[in-house]
Write a protein that binds this ligand. Sequence first.
Ligand code: GLY
Length: 584
Amino acid sequence: MMKYRLFTIPLALLLACSAERPVTSTSRAFEGSLGTPPPKAAAPKLARYAMVVSAHPEASRIGTQILQRGGNAYDAAVAVQFALAVALPAAGNIGGGGFLLYRDRNGSAGSLDFRETAPAAASRDMYLDKQGNVVPGLSTAGPLAVGTPGTVAGMVALHKLMGKLSWPALLQPAVALATRGFPLTAKEAAGLNKTRVDFEKYNPGNVPAYVRPGGGDWQPGDTLRLPELARTLTRIRDQGRAGFYRGETARLLLNEMKRAGGLVSQADLDSYRAKWREPLRGRYRDYDVITMAPPSSGGVALLQMLQMLEPVDLAQAGYHTPLAVHYITEAERRVYADRATYLGDPDFGLVPIQKLLDVDYNRQRAGTMRSRGRATPSSDIVAGANLPSYESNETTHFSIIDALGNAVSCTTTLNGGYGSKVVVPGAGFLLNNEMDDFSVKAGTPNAYGLTGGTANSIAPGKRMLSSMTPTILTHNGKVALVTGTPGGSTIITSVLQSILGIVDYGLNAQQVVTAPRLHHQWMPDLLDVEAGALLPVAQDTLRARGYQLNPALPWGRLDIIHVQPDGTLEGGADPRGDDTALGY
Ligand code: GLY
């Protein structure tokens, strides 16, 4: 496992490296009065032995039942993943991909990459017209947006190596859920209603079960039944990998590719492999940090930011004070400037991980922070010519700890909400639009208004860069925090804030996930501010120091487990969604 030492330098030295005078203790005391108190009323879910925190109550219930029946955290992860494919159509999936990080009770850790791949027929310029311009919408919806799905291969690989219960026992709850149906939450009903036009557009002649039978809007509490998906899950239950990548399911998927003009072929399905990868390791204060390696950009960026922040006494700077926001934002700005320039699929080119996680490199980067809490304009940050690609919010994360102490942190995605909006006729599952996570054209804004670099250009069989950042912290050799979230490029900064909330500010797990968040990604040079994250006076102070504030709608769904010093499990389920912590 790669291990990267985090540096420790006194705040004074960091500030001495700055071009201007350091913040004085008097001004720091003034800063403290500008802090936003963290949410007080947020009470975490507590459990003695085991816990599941996921984006849907049905998935958390199914995962907890698997644990109570003697399954381990890996069994529960498989069951939760397939349950989310039923109960959370916006992001749960069998037609997408993801990353799973684990730390077992004996202290070893590993990660599984089941990210989608570009089909063999894909090419660098496939989303450009003859003039070399990006064709709007081609990479974001419809059949050409689809990468070869990885989720089923990932779950099979996980179960084969780590599972304890039988494969059919882990699939059956999802089969039953899809067959009997489940009540829609208000949020899911609204999401399906909003997407109805796209479902109709991208599924001509095949009205998917996600469109309300008989027309009209779904209402909260309506039952969503998914009989075609139930049959597909039954085939996966009975045949394992072949139940998805071969036989009837593959035939239906390939029929749709042929009908609609998609690129995924039987050869793509046959050659798809989930990959076990060495996680990245770092240290933050007295915690060991285990996180995801490329093709996630998140792990590298997270460790870089923690390296930059370690010399800063954030607790002394205060919670969401302008000074603390300055340090965090400046670290984010610098790290995101590196992200797209250097990161991509490590199997397709050199990713300079050693350099990016070098102590001296990040010390030098942090040393360019300006003093007196002032912003460095993003245009002054030296980085490559390219900007990060931006992924949508519609991903999902779950965290699990079992009674033996095994821990799983897993983030999976279709990319956009309901992915490509293509539902495989007869098979009932949504296909991803993950191809948009590639840079469709270097230097040209993608669907989310940002651009990407050549390290992340399209090539057959290549994995597109991701921000998914499943992460586990240990303290004195024991699991202390399992964390992760959806949220596209905001994933990395939300995971960072979850770590700072626990380690620096002593918040409980529910306070951490409830607290309004902040986000900066270098370009555009904006500090996204969720409502309630900053006092008005703190906002004024930051503006006066050169920050451009951007009031933003809520983002991310942090689902975390914090282990208290006496071993009690403390679950934080993000109130922005239907997320639920259950345990026993
Ligand atoms: N599609 C979201 C991500 O992989 O970061």
